[in-house]
Design a protein around this ligand. Structure first.
Ligand SMILES: NC(=O)c1ccc[n+]([C@@H]2O[C@H](COP(=O)([O-])OP(=O)(O)OC[C@H]3O[C@@H](n4cnc5c(N)ncnc54)[C@H](OP(=O)(O)O)[C@@H]3O)[C@@H](O)[C@H]2O)c1
Length: 381
């Protein structure tokens, strides 16, 4: 199946009237107890996480500027995006639009190279109070143990060994994220850096197509394939919960590193399946396929949030999330996330061509599911 877990999506105003909020001395920097208006610069802002950060930040009364190449437009909250200051440049070679200006908070979402984060963190370190880097639980790859927490070592170099392309990409991504975290802290110091490490995000605006199978399939109803063993752990998080958590951390001046994974309590694959079964109140019967080798043979080693918990992925969905919940992370109802995601998928924000591309992909599970189920049943006879 052509569903690479780290599939990268290449696509990945108003002039501010108020003066900078930044105090004259960074040493005396401190957020007041009461939430005040923050001046926020988002590097990125038009893809998946960014639009939700913008919408939430504006709803909290903050001021937002984005920095992008001006190529992509959000498919959610476009109205909100149009209200913010849009700075244009290129992280590759043109940072002139952010060479001046002061911000309380910089959110680095669009980090795709360590060098990009090094340059922006260095450029902004005396003109911004806090640098928040959007990292990933990918920094722990390979996930060889359970209960990975923020103090566990992260991946700082790519092994030279031979490996398949997907594994290579996992290593590259983990190193890029971990070394970008280092660059953040190098420039801003630990007490002015916030590192957020989300697990697989889902929700409206997702460009990866990694989770949309569930909303579509649950809505269609009927017999449905559930891969994996009952207790195989799953972790996922609604993108909006990540966005709100990030803004709230900055408002509360809570710095540090946070694994950002839901649900709060450990959940197995069958628990996940049961929780979502009644999302659309239609007739659904599950066929549980627990046999890993059958799933492998049928090119189903993962169906996010389920990832076969073997080898390098043993601990992928066993990451400790305690610190994030202790510091304000909240997860909305999973069924609501699924409904909202389907509404977005079927909305005018996306073209029919875009939907067809996924829904009619002969290599995608939507098209292959029936065949896999009948193979499974004939084996069981
Ligand atoms: N999706 C997940 O499940 C997941 C999980 C863990 C972590 N993460 C991390 O979450 C972060 C958020 O991703 P997102 O897609 O939602 O980010 P985003 O901030 O919404 O979008 C990425 C932005 O980068 C801009 N961009 C791309 N190339 C650029 C360049 N050369 N110079 C300047 N801007 C450029 C794009 O706009 P233009 O095209 O207009 O330039 C776009 O606005 C990423 O760092 C990702 O690694 C994601």
């Amino acid at each position: 199946m052509k569903l690479t877990r780290r599939k990268f999506v290449k696509k990945s105003g108003q002039v501010l009237l108020a003066g900078p909020i930044l105090g004259s001395s960074l040493l005396s920097f401190n957020f007041p107890q009461k939430t005040r208006r923050l001046k926020i610069l988002i590097l990125g802002g038009t893809s998946f996480l960014g639009p939700h950060q913008i919408a939430y930040a504006l709803s909290r009364g903050h001021m937002v500027s984005t920095f992008t190449r001006g190529k992509s437009k959000p498919t959610v909250h476009l109205d909100k995006f149009n209200q913010v200051e849009q700075l244009i440049g290129d992280r590759e070679n043109d940072l002139s639009a952010i060479e001046k200006g002061e911000w309380d908070l910089v959110i680095d979402n669009s980090g795709r190279k360590t060098e990009w984060t090094r340059k922006t963190a260095q450029l902004l370190k005396d003109r911004a109070s806090i640098y928040m880097y959007t990292s990933s639980t990918g920094v722990y790859y390979p996930y060889l143990k359970a209960a990975l927490d923020e103090n566990d070592p992260v991946l700082l170099t790519e092994p030279k060994d031979k490996m398949d392309d997907e594994t290579r990409l996992e290593y590259w991504y983990g190193v890029m994220k971990a070394t970008s975290e280092e660059e953040t802290i190098r420039a801003f110091g630990k007490n002015r850096s916030i590192i957020v490490r989300p697990t697989y995000m889902m929700g409206p605006g997702d460009k990866t197509d990694r989770f949309i199978y569930w909303p579509i399939r649950l809505y269609r109803g009927g017999e449905m394939l559930i891969p994996g063993k009952a207790e195989d752990p799953v972790q996922y998080i609604d993108v909006r919960d990540v966005a709100e958590f990030m803004i709230n951390l900055a408002e509360k001046n809570i710095t540090g590193t946070f694994n950002t994974a839901g649900p709060e309590k450990v959940q197995g694959m069958h628990g996940f399946a049961e929780e979502i079964k009644l999302t659309f109140n239609n007739d659904i019967s599950y066929v549980n396929i627990e046999d890993y080798s059958f799933l492998q043979k049928n090119e189903l080693p993962y169906l996010i949030p389920w990832i076969m918990p073997t080898g390098n992925n043993y601990g992928t969905a066993r990451i400790l999330n305690k610190r994030a919940f202790e510091n304000g992370l909240k997860c909305r109802d999973l069924k609501q996330s699924i409904k909202d995601t389907l509404d977005w998928w079927n909305s005018e924000a996306l073209t029919q061509e875009r939907r067809d591309q996924y829904e009619n992909d002969p290599k995608g599970l939507l098209k292959r599911e029936e065949k896999i189920l009948s193979k499974w049943k004939s084996l069981k006879k």
